[in-house]
Design a protein around this ligand. Structure first.
Ligand SMILES: [Zn+2]
Length: 110
């Protein structure tokens, strides 16, 4: 996740000065971007903004997941878009808890 803090520079289209890097919090969702110290102009990182829009689209939208078996484990396959918006990668640890009677809550740590 270190690479998340390394991204290019942005020049303010108005002032022609390098903008300051800033992480915006959109309802708790982090979007990288830049802010101009002179005029206050803000710009969002294209890929982050794209993932944020996808996140908004998928929010509160029920999605089917497929149950599978891998060795002795039961695996749950979720849509690629959901994994992408949550930044899930192979090997990541997530927390799962059961809410009675038949609800499963999956939490992705920051
Ligand atoms: Zn500016």
């Amino acid at each position: 996740m270190n690479e998340k803090n390394e991204y290019g520079t942005m020049i303010c289209p108005t002032d022609k000065v390098e903008m300051e890097k800033k992480t915006f919090s959109m309802e708790g969702f982090k979007v990288r971007g830049w802010r101009c110290k002179k005029c206050g102009e803000e710009a969002f990182h294209g890929k982050d903004a794209e993932i944020y829009l996808l996140y908004k689209k998928l929010q509160n939208q029920p999605a089917k997941a497929k149950v599978g078996v891998l060795g002795k484990s039961t695996v749950l396959r979720i849509k690629k878009e959901i994994a992408q918006t949550l930044g899930l990668e192979k090997g990541d640890d997530i927390n799962i808890r059961i809410e009675p009677p038949r609800k499963v809550v999956i939490e992705v740590p920051e």
